[in-house]
Design a protein around this ligand. Structure first.
Ligand code: CTP
Ligand code: LIP
Ligand code: MG
Length: 432
């Protein structure tokens, strides 16, 4: 059960960041704290307690009001003390289980979806986006924190700055308040409390302490924004390597919808280019296919995914494919039988997408997740576009006819197999 409360430690002065509230630093066009609070809210957290300092309180208050978060601000009058004291100040504001997070950590959706179901300190045994030299490291014994700190020589995992705790933690902070006169770190609290450790390994999260680490956080968000299923062979092994780098360059400047329109226009340009130069048309078509992945990456990295955006993007892709094949047939073919083949290629290209989208309409599920066999079938859009480019690099009527014949057979055979696999899956008892 996901806790309904979350405490956010945001009382630090951000000196390594040039003296600014790190939770309000924007990465991929969103404040760090917006992303964390919005994703936690999506998972069921209803109320937030933000512990900040007197200098940054007005800025956090404006931020909370602007986005309408149900959040209470607590002022830590001594931000120069350890952040364990900041946690202690939240005592009495939360009861039962609660989430505790750092304001300067950037978490991907996948990470939060896993972490909110954990217990105790969420630790990563395969940290991909932090400098382990700088990170807080944890030695785990019997499933609990045994030792914790940045200087550990031997360690089992890295502290992700994400915790699922309960009221008992304040017994430990109470004791440390007296022993340390209020100056102690969160790490000391966790080591004293011997909190349980939950491993969430290898997912997207990072700690932002310096301006350089903003770039690392941006790269993490984009690289982990690649959609899970549905990518074809060319997309997985070629297109995504390029599109994610383009997304990194654009993620602070371009919205997903702007990218959708740009990619559509490039696709239409590639169709018109078939009237001028087949090799150029093929290359532009492949370029538009690569960039077609950017709008989705931007949307997921910027937390701006929308059903409407995906809907429009899918329809525009069909028009690009239809226009390209139609203009290519008009430019090169002149025999009725080959117009028929071109028509079958165009129909098949649209039906590949329709067959999986109709599955979603009928069963409200993702076809590639429900019927894994579909992922192995060749003929997805990224593969078709790449194949088209290859055929058009040799600009001859024969290669165009061979292309249309290949697409007509490939796409319609794939649709037939898709129907077979779906029928097989649905007719099996207790499947969908
Ligand atoms: N007295 C403090 C010190 C830090 N923090 C919080 O604990 C997290 C980790 O601390 P750190 O990365 O050190 O943040 P800053 O102290 O702001 O950074 P700096 O050390 O560069 O000043 C941050 O979310 C920070 O806001 C806190 O709540 N109370
Ligand atoms: O590096 P930093 O942000 O100053 O230190 C932080 C620690 O104060 C915190 O206890 C831990 O949970 C975070 O992961 C991070 O390591
Ligand atoms: Mg930090």
């Amino acid at each position: 059960m996901v806790p309904e409360r979350a405490v956010i430690l945001a009382a630090g002065l951000g000196t390594r960041m040039g003296g600014k509230p790190k939770g309000l630093v924007r990465v991929a066009r969103r404040e760090i704290l917006y992303r964390t609070m919005a994703l936690l809210q999506e998972k069921g957290v209803k109320k937030f307690v933000v512990v900040t300092n007197g200098k940054y309180a007005p800025l956090y208050r404006e931020f909370i009001e602007r986005y309408g978060f149900d959040a209470e601000l607590i002022i830590n009058p001594e931000p120069g003390m350890g952040n364990g004291h900041s946690l202690h100040l939240a005592r009495g504001k939360v009861s039962g289980k609660f989430v505790l997070v750092m304001s300067d950590h950037v978490y991907s959706r996948d990470f939060i979806e896993r972490a909110v179901n954990g217990e105790g300190l969420i630790a990563d045994r395969e940290p991909r986006w932090v400098d382990t030299e700088e990170a807080t490291k944890v030695q785990v014994k019997d499933g609990k924190v045994w030792k914790i700190g940045k200087g550990l020589k031997e360690w089992d995992a890295v502290d992700t700055g994400f915790f699922i705790l309960d009221g008992r933690i304040f017994e430990v902070t109470e004791a440390l308040e007296k022993e340390k006169n209020g100056d102690y770190s969160l790490s000391e609290v966790m080591e004293r409390a011997k909190v349980p450790v939950t491993f969430v390994d290898g997912l997207g999260w990072t700690d932002v302490d310096t301006p350089e680490e903003i770039n690392r956080a941006r790269r993490m968000l984009v690289r982990t924004a690649v959609k899970g299923t549905g990518d074809g062979f060319i997309s997985r092994h070629l297109n995504r390597r390029i599109s994610t780098r383009v997304s990194e360059l654009l993620v602070e400047k371009v919205t997903p919808n702007q990218m959708t329109v740009l990619t559509f226009l490039l696709g239409i340009l590639s169709a018109l280019a078939t009237l001028v130069s087949l090799p150029l048309a093929g290359i532009l078509y492949q370029l538009s296919s690569i960039l077609d992945g950017v709008d989705g990456e931007l949307a997921r990295a910027q937390l701006r995914s929308s059903k409407l955006g995906g809907y429009v993007d899918s329809i525009l892709d069909r028009y690009v494919d239809g226009s390209f094949l139609a203009v290519l047939a008009y430019a090169i073919l002149n025999e009725p039988i080959w117009y028929l083949v071109a028509l079958l290629a165009l129909l098949g290209s649209v039906m590949v997408s329709y067959s999986t989208e109709r599955f979603r309409g009928a069963f409200c599920r993702d076809a590639y997740k429900e019927v894994p066999a579909l992922r192995k079938l060749p003929g997805k859009r990224d593969e078709r576009v790449f194949l088209t480019m290859l055929f058009l690099l040799y600009p001859a009527t024969l290669s165009v006819k061979a292309l249309f014949l290949t697409l007509a057979v490939l796409t319609n055979f794939r649709v037939a197999l898709a129907i077979y696999f779906v029928v097989k899956k649905v007719s099996r008892p207790k499947t969908i």
